[in-house]
Design a protein around this ligand. Structure first.
Ligand code: ZN
Ligand code: FE
Length: 245
């Protein structure tokens, strides 16, 4: 058994979460979705870690904007979706469905999860019970459909729903409060959402994060993971796009 991964949440930009992931066994460290560089460089320096890799889930600037400066400062290699190579500068290793990415002794299965962007990938460390979902699965929400269809996102949700419920979900944004306000409207009879929102509101009021979440918590409270059909997901995604909670 490899020693457990150390996963540090690094807030960047206005509401993004980047992640610093360290394998103590091998001494390897990667920065995942660095929307800007300095907070990741600082978080690594504060812990005496050297960033050796940058992993990206998709090409949006709030997830890759810090790549170049991290590479310049550390010589890190960049790992991300092969399908978005043209949009992510400096991609050293391009990955897609069925590939794996390794951090020391830890292996992440790469899932292609289209819809938010067409080439979007997620990294599933099954042995660690952790998944990095970028902008596909959020706490009580899902990503906007910029480059895909409700059917794409429904397929992603089906795959996430099948993961072990204790799997921790590390997503790309702190959107939980706004997602939860919509969830209350989408499922007014769902007591689990109401209970969760009490906690979410308290945490946010105290300036605390609500991420990571778990697959189990999302199965109980996420109206997109819980959508029973492509049509229901489509309806909910459209309603959330214009929702003003
Ligand atoms: Zn995005
Ligand atoms: Fe984003």
């Amino acid at each position: 058994m490899p020693s457990p991964l150390e996963i540090v949440r690094v807030p960047v930009l206005s509401d993004n979460y980047a992640w610093l992931v360290h394998d103590p066994g091998s001494g390897t460290t990667m920065a995942l979705d660095p929307g800007e560089a300095q907070p990741l460089l600082d978080a690594a320096a504060a812990r005496g870690l050297a960033i050796g890799e940058v992993w990206n889930t998709h090409w949006h600037p709030d997830h890759v904007g810090g790549n170049a400066a991290i590479v310049a400062a550390t010589g890190a290699r960049v790992v991300g979706p092969e399908a978005e190579r043209g949009k992510i500068g400096q991609l050293d290793v391009g990955l897609g469905e069925g590939d794996s990415a390794t951090l020391g002794d830890h292996v992440a299965a790469v899932m292609t999860v289209p819809g938010h962007t067409q080439g979007h990938i997620a990294f599933h460390f099954a042995g660690d019970g952790a998944i990095f979902t970028g902008d596909t699965l959020f706490a009580m929400g899902c990503g906007r459909l910029f480059e895909g269809t409700p059917s794409d996102m429904f397929g992603n949700m089906q795959r996430y729903a099948a993961l072990p419920p204790e799997t921790r979900v590390y997503c790309g944004h702190e959107y939980t409060l706004s997602n939860g306000r919509y969830a209350l409207v989408a499922e007014p009879d769902n007591a689990a959402i109401r209970e969760r929102m009490v906690e979410v509101e308290a945490r946010r009021a105290a300036g605390e994060p609500t991420v990571p979440t778990t697959i189990g918590a999302e199965l109980a409270t996420n109206p997109f993971l819980r959508a029973r059909s492509v049509e229901e997901l489509a309806e909910r995604r459209q309603a959330k796009d214009v929702f003003r909670g």
